[in-house]
Design a binder for this molecule. Structure first.
Ligand code: DGJ
Length: 372
């Protein structure tokens, strides 16, 4: 997120003035020097000066490059009658956008890597449907990039998991269809790829009341049938999983539509559990409502084992394309972690880190487990 405020000063001013919750942009301390500062109050811009449009997203690190995938939200925000009881605003589906960056600072727009299907009203990707929370992993065995996403009908009753595949991180992704995994509904979702090459889908099921963790098949294109129900009857959305110091960590939100609530978190020694709830890790002003946001992903920074960035969306439900992003570093304590609010923080991303990232990536070939 390069300093671009001078290109669009009015937008920055309006953003700073209008938003109730502070948002920020990453800007360098001065034009020539690094590190970069994460600062409130402006819209994040890509390298061409346009606001970054990648909501409910996640980041893939592949061969020295970070790829940020998210929902492209554009057009009018409106509320279908069927969603009135819960303020269910929507924008029509346009597709999934991708940005690339080597330094987490400068994000290049790679365009829509999965596009809405404008021809078939029955298609999962029809503009009239819902396509949310895309996540992408690279399968070293098949050399394919696999994207899973939440597919739904306008009233969110269809509740399916869609999958798409690409040969390149910047697509184009080919849509393969959707399923109701384990015979159940599936809404908010994320992916987690373990060090052993196994990949998992973590999703809100049983009408958002229970979280499922399903092992994917070796090609990552299906659910293997091995799964666990966790946090049974404890409603959760916006799940994100990460690994640190050999343990599995989970963050998520409560279920309040587009409105913010407190972060939920948990830890386990095995992905299959038992999971121990840790409560709300956020600290500081706005901590009870995730600083106005909702979790979407935890980004491990390459070459910095202790730098993991909590990514959240600050939804603007009546003007969804103007939803913003919150990125905060996670801090680990003895047995838990915290996410302290910071008005501004400096990304220790520098040339050295970029070089480390480049040298790390080619050697990352997780061994694949066989015989599921
Ligand atoms: C909360 C979910 O986390 C979002 O992805 C989206 O589905 C909204 N609900 C819709 O209200």
């Amino acid at each position: 997120m390069k300093l671009k405020t001078h290109r669009w000063p009015l937008a920055g001013l309006i953003a700073t003035t209008l938003v109730a919750w502070p948002s920020f942009q990453i800007v360098p301390a001065n034009e020539a020097s690094k590190p970069f500062e994460v600062r409130q109050g402006t819209v994040w811009l890509d390298t061409s000066g346009r606001p970054i449009n990648a909501h409910g997203g996640g980041v893939l690190f592949h061969q020295g490059v970070y790829y940020w995938y998210g929902e492209n939200k554009e057009g009018r925000s409106w509320m279908p009658k069927c969603n009135k009881s819960w303020d269910g605003y929507r924008v029509d589906v346009t597709g999934i956008r991708c940005y690339s960056s080597r330094d987490l600072i400068n994000w290049k727009d790679e365009g829509l890597v999965l596009k809405a299907d404008l021809n078939d009203p029955e298609s999962d990707l029809s503009p009239s449907k819902v396509c949310e929370r895309p996540k992408v992993v690279f399968n070293p065995r098949t050399q394919k990039f696999v994207m899973w996403m939440h597919i739904d009908s306008q009233d969110y009753k269809s509740a399916r998991a869609g999958v798409a595949v690409a040969n390149h991180p910047t697509g184009p992704f080919t849509y393969r269809g959707s399923v109701r995994p384990e015979g159940q509904d599936s809404r908010d979702q994320t992916l987690f790829q373990d060090d052993d090459g196994n990949a998992y889908r973590i999703y809100a099921s049983e009408t958002n009341k229970t979280t499922y963790i399903s092992l994917l098949t070796d090609d990552y294109l299906s659910h293997s049938g091995k799964y666990v129900r966790v946090f049974v009857n404890q409603p959760m959305e916006a799940q994100a999983m990460f690994k640190h110091a050999g343990r599995y960590w989970l963050v998520g939100s409560h279920v309040t539509g587009w409105d913010p609530n407190a972060v939920r978190s948990a830890v386990a020694d095995s992905i299959w559990g038992p999971w121990t709830e840790l409560g709300n890790p956020c600290l500081g002003s706005g901590a009870g409502k995730t600083f106005g946001g909702q979790s979407t992903f935890v980004l491990p920074v390459a070459g910095k084992p202790d730098l993991l960035i909590f990514m959240a969306d600050r939804w603007n439900k009546t003007k969804l394309p103007d939803s913003r992003y919150i990125w905060l570093p996670i801090q680990f304590t003895d047995k838990r972690f915290v996410i302290p609010w910071q008005d501004s923080w400096r990304l220790p991303i520098d040339n050295e880190l970029t070089e480390q990232a480049n040298s790390l990536s080619p050697s990352y070939t997780p061994p694949m487990k066989k015989g599921l």
